[in-house]
Unconditional design. Sequence first.
Length: 458
Amino acid sequence: MRPKITPFFLLAVVPAAILLALTAFTLIRTLPQEDLKGKYTYKDFETALKCRSCHPGIYEQWSQAMMSQAYTHHWDEIEYFELAVPHAEVNPSLKGPVDGCNGCHAPLAFMGGTLPPPRPEEKSMANESVSCEVCHLTQRAQTDPPFNFSYYIVPGQTKYSGRLPEIESPAHKIVQSDFHRTTEFCGNCHNEQNPYGIWVKSTQMEWKEGPYAAEGVRCQDCHMPKGGPYQLALMGKTVDDARLHLFHGAHDPGKVRGTIEVRIEPDIRLAEPGESIVFTVALFNQKTGHKFPTGSVEDRIAWLDVEATDAKGNKYHLNVDKKGFEGEEYTISGDYLAYQDMGIPLKIKDFKGVQRDGIPFGNRIFRMPYFDEQGNMTIMQWNTFSQGVDYRIGPRETKVEKFTFRIPYEAAPGEMTVHAVLNYQLLVKPVADYLKVPSDESAILVVNDHSTKVEILP
Ligand code: HEC
Ligand code: HEC
Ligand code: HEC
Ligand code: HEC
Ligand code: HEC
């Protein structure tokens, strides 16, 4: 039987259906960049190896940078395949956001492959990670601020670049693009909002609020410094101001080293056992254009460790003085369990978590904690429901910490050296150990150190 088109149907059902369709449409189409999912095929893009045949120097620089390994790097593979993908299987509403990991880590797979993409060992185009094509086909940002792979991209033989070539390339056309000289270009992937609407990455926005934006010093100036003489392409021009594709960041110990300057001084130079000396440590961020740490803040831990050594070589650990701000307990290391939400994708019932910090107790930590819905700390940024106190060191900011140290009665008379060191780990060690992430990801990087001396009276 065919349904009759009655006046009721025309006046009530049709408008209601249209309204419903419209709401569903706006709910699904919240971000223009979601349209990129599956829009193209792998064949629409060229591999970086092809670019290499004429741009060998830039290729070799890029191939040593993390952006060429954004899909294949061990920790990325572990977090994506052992936590994120299984989490979306348990909770299907996460399928979109977890597919979205690839929007930044494996854009070619996001635009033209299957999701989840094949594992790195299967060597699909997902392994291209953030390749030449991803950046040089990008024309603009689709949102303001740029975030969550908001790049507008059209595959083809027209590449976009900050510089207009003087020699025509036999392989492609070049369109000069001022957009490539902006920080919004990087912000397309270096700002990220998760399904709860939390900014889980905000490097470009941190930059924008800081002193370097006002001075016009952009991401490219520190991560793609100008250098030469350098040949831009085989048979191409040699220039003195080539944009080197170094993209060195937290995985380059040399880039991290010296980022923060550390100075320590005592309030008095002479003390008897039982007396207290107050040591003041100043930490000045001289190098980063954003906060330190930035980016994957949920994984990172930077901590200040202060230790005294007396004339006989006995060592004493100094605890940081509390300042009394809200949430301070997350900035002083101690014996706490955290990261219980890893139990969901790992399918461990009532997972009790692992140690929160994995460093000596009583140290000051420079971090911003991410919390899940239950209020436990999490490294699963997509599962972040709220963030705690932001105790990171801003660009050109100086943090001052005090350590009140009561000289122990057993301390040997004579010279006592007090050493302050700022350490950095890309991934908190208890999590790295638990998930069997290769140890380079949790190796201790020394950012900086300084020492001072006091005299202990007999
Ligand atoms: C057959 C050689 C060849 C291949 C292959 C090639 N290029 Fe080029 N490319 C050139 C030449 C030549 C220039 C101009 C260099 C100059 O200005 O001196 C150039 C210029 C560029 C520029 C502009 C920079 C400038 O010099 O002003 C970009 C960006 C670029 N290429 C990207 C790529 C990308 C991405 C690929 C791979 C998809 C690629 N190229 C593949 C030869 C090539
Ligand atoms: C004034 C120089 C400077 C500018 C400008 C700058 N950076 Fe950095 N950046 C650094 C230094 C130094 C480090 C290494 C220390 C660290 O890991 O934070 C770094 C680290 C990073 C890291 C790794 C951070 C981590 O802890 O994992 C990323 C990602 C990054 N920068 C992206 C950007 C982006 C995107 C911009 C522009 C919005 C930018 N940077 C602007 C100096 C700069
Ligand atoms: C993360 C994004 C990104 C990736 C990946 C990337 N580039 Fe670039 N590239 C840029 C930006 C941004 C500029 C322009 C910087 C400026 O003009 O300030 C640039 C400039 C260039 C230039 C011109 C250099 C100059 O001094 O003007 C060439 C040539 C080039 N890229 C080739 C490549 C090749 C080949 C690859 C892959 C091996 C590659 N790029 C990967 C972002 C990228
Ligand atoms: C298409 C997305 C995308 C764009 C555009 C992009 N990045 Fe990245 N970038 C990434 C991803 C993903 C990573 C993380 C790599 C990994 O898995 O460790 C990353 C990592 C980095 C790092 C960290 C390296 C380290 O040693 O830890 C730096 C520095 C960086 N990017 C700088 C830049 C700069 C500067 C620009 C703009 C010129 C830019 N990126 C544009 C996606 C992007
Ligand atoms: C908006 C772009 C974007 C999205 C979406 C995104 N990431 Fe990232 N991811 C980045 C950037 C940029 C970095 C590098 C930040 C830094 O160096 O501190 C990064 C870093 C990481 C790292 C740390 C790499 C390292 O070696 O330290 C892991 C692991 C990671 N992402 C996994 C994921 C997973 C899993 C998802 C999806 C749930 C995801 N990412 C979604 C941009 C993105």
